[in-house]
Design a protein around this ligand. Structure first.
Ligand code: FAD
Length: 459
């Protein structure tokens, strides 16, 4: 049996685990990171953020070549997609970035061990029953896995997001169950590549957690691109045979299709981790319970990222990793959850930071609203992307920015300004007074802030 001694053993090398490992090494700790997969980077890098964005880029270019380039006077006689090549490109990106993390581990002298880890005591982790690592601290960053519906099993045609990132041919008809970011992004990929896409959502809205008013605008834009979205639609059963999959829906005709993507959420990854044996408490849904220093119910054992629930986002996991280590070494360790942006990378992109209007109403908080549409923004016209708007919410008395919500081009990049403003407690007037470069999409944020306290210039 091999034995290691460390200051901290990190279980899982996703965004939470690999960032925490680097941070701990930078703080002078001796770090061992255990990951069961060959590639470092977790869900985010292997089957999440990065591969979806790679395929969204590929599919956008294909779609634009077919539908948009002619407006620029660019003509093609024959446009086709080589899916095998597109998937190779995606894999190359994943491998390159994963190799980058391996380099960072090397640079920071982090010991990487491959295998499935199990916590055997508050200071010991075993790998595949062989190796044992003894450490002062254990950090659980084991992330999450695709959740299903209780009445059906994943199969050849009933798929997870992992499967939908690797189809070898474009489905004829893809039914997506769940209109969250994962379902909508992957639905858009395959719609642009030629599939008929039907999204079924049990709620009366898409993108729960985003500002409702903005998601209605996005919904219209998605439908205009040919994606069918059925709201208030309850799925009763899903089954498959060799030829097809069938989705039974309450009060509607059953849908026959060739693929079903289950995008109904994710479940924490704690199978075989040893939580029960050492007394690490979980909540009703199976997420590991932590306090605000990311301490579990067992002294010396910490947890961050998807496995503790909350927003299931890579950047949230990364920052929790940093804050958890900061706390261990006595540094500032408070993460401002109000300033964490949420993004759906569809076209138009949907991005949100801070409070939504629904949340402010529920809190009985008085607020002011400023809006500015991209159709009044010069840069948006040059790009050919004029759908959507910026909406800002500011405190009625103090003018402090409470929320920023964007539907439109590059919303994923623009929202950073909102996050920074909230983090620095800026007012909408502060942003309205910025001299934004022209022509840029940021000007729409300035104008939306102008609309809160005075008047927009360009509308
Ligand atoms: P994970 O990334 O899940 O990493 C956990 C790691 O632990 C895994 O590598 C796993 O193999 C390992 N592990 C688990 N158990 C053990 C064990 N017992 N022993 C050893 N290793 C173990 N988020 C965004 O912010 N932006 C996006 O655009 C985005 N897009 C997404 C698209 C898709 C299709 C999906 C599925 C998710 C997306 N997410 C996105 C969410 C993001 O991927 C997760 O929030 C993030 O990966 C969570 O990081 P984590 O470190 O907590 O866990």
């Amino acid at each position: 049996m091999e034995r290691y001694e460390a200051d901290i053993v990190v279980v899982g090398a996703g965004p939470g685990g690999y960032v925490a490992s680097i941070k701990a090494a930078q703080e002078g700790m001796k770090v061992v990171c255990v990951e069961k997969e060959a590639l470092l980077g977790g869900t985010c890098l292997r089957v999440g953020c990065i591969p979806t964005k790679a395929l969204l880029e590929t599919s956008l270019r294909f779609y634009e070549a077919k539908q948009v380039f002619h407006e620029h006077g660019i003509a093609f006689s024959d446009i086709s997609i080589d899916l095998k090549k597109a998937m190779k490109r995606k894999e190359r990106i994943v491998n390159t970035l994963s190799g980058g993390i391996a380099q960072l581990f090397k640079k920071n002298k982090i010991t990487r061990l491959k295998g499935k880890a199990r916590i055997i005591s508050p200071s010991e982790v075993a790998i595949d029953e062989g190796t044992v690592i003894r450490a002062k601290h254990i950090l659980i960053a084991t992330g999450s896995k695709p959740a299903g519906l209780p009445f059906c099993e994943f199969g050849k045609r009933i798929n997870t997001s992992d499967d939908a990132l690797a189809y070898v041919e474009c489905p004829r008809h893809l039914v997506v169950i769940g209109a969250g970011a994962v379902g909508l992004e992957l639905g858009m990929v395959w719609s642009r590549l030629g599939a008929r896409v039907t999204v079924l959502e049990v709620m009366d809205r898409i993108l729960l957690g985003f500002d409702g008013d903005m998601t209605r605008k996005a919904l219209k834009a998605f439908e205009a691109q040919g994606i069918e979205i059925r709201l208030g639609t309850k799925v009763l059963a899903v089954y498959e045979d060799d030829e097809k999959a069938v989705v039974e829906v309450e009060g509607q005709k059953s849908i026959e299709c060739d693929r079903v993507l289950m995008a109904v959420g994710r479940a924490p990854n704690t199978d075989g981790l040893g939580c029960e044996e050492v007394g690490i408490a979980k909540d009703k849904r199976g997420f590991i319970v932590v306090d605000n220093a990311y301490k579990t119910t067992v002294n010396g054992v910490f947890a961050v990222g998807d496995v503790i629930g909350g927003l299931m986002l890579a950047h949230k996991a990364m920052e929790e990793g940093v804050m958890c280590i900061n706390g261990m070494v006595g540094k500032y360790a408070v993460l401002n959850y109000d300033a964490i942006p949420r993004i759906c990378y569809t076209d138009p992109e949907v991005a949100s930071v801070g409070k939504t209007e629904e949340e402010l109403k529920a809190e009985n908080r008085e607020y002011k609203v400023g809006r500015f549409p991209f159709k009044a923004n010069g840069r948006a016209h040059t790009m050919g992307y004029v759908v959507g708007e910026v909406k800002v919410l500011a405190d009625a008395k103090t003018d402090r920015l409470l929320g920023m919500h964007i539907v439109g081009p590059r919303a994923s990049e623009l929202i950073a300004l909102g996050g920074m403003a909230i983090e620095f407690s800026a007012s909408s007037e502060d942003i309205a007074m910025l001299c934004e470069p022209h022509p840029t999409l940021e000007e729409a944020i300035k104008e939306a802030c102008l609309a809160v306290t005075s008047k927009t210039i360009h509308l």
